[in-house]
Design a protein. Sequence first.
Length: 255
Amino acid sequence: MTASPSEYVKHGFVLVPIKAGSKGPRTRGWNKRENCISKLADAFNLAGQNIGLAHAYSGTCAIDIDDVKQAIPWLSEKGIDLIEILMRDDTVQIDSGRDNRSKLLYRLPNGVDPLPQKKIQVDAAGDVVVGNSDCNHDMIDFRCGTANRLTVQDLLPESVHPETGNKYQWIGDWRKLPTLPDVFLAVWRKLASDNATGGKADAPDDWAAVELETLGLSAFTKRLIREGIEGTKYKDRSTALYGALKDLVRVNADD
């Protein structure tokens, strides 16, 4: 099954323009709603580009299984039978053509706000961890929104995978996305409530929001904060300030 950008927009999907041959956008502020494509006239300009689905603005989400073999027992412990879900008649997937992977697409349940992205990884010792940036092996990525209410995106067919050169393909009917199962929703909410930050800096809870330009910081530190916020590393400027200070210590930079 194939589809054009205009068909996606007609269906209610909000799209992210992505340069052909790339897996993700590089434009500053790409994940803000005003920079995404939701009008039919704009969708026609996306021909020849890769396009992403802006989950938070489309009412959608993805369960991205990067290692099916490892995900099966981990999900089983949470009461989720991944094999049974993959075999359902109504399951919708985006297929990249790579082995041992699956990306499940869902509609968010009615009344459920966009959920923050949470990534499950496996470290060098074989232990499962949540969002540890030091790990290089992803197992499951729960994808929808960000902590600061922006969006995460996933490439849609007919986009071209930047590594394989193959087009992404639909498995199932993308026009009839199933609702996110309660079992997945429960696990996702538990991960979010545990405040798993994946190795990113946490500011104390009682830090008040601060205005960046009122602080006597160098351009270098302000850039760290701005890029941290826009890249969804931090949820607000207070957290970003705290995180930037930790980053400065890590790189032995003086401010």
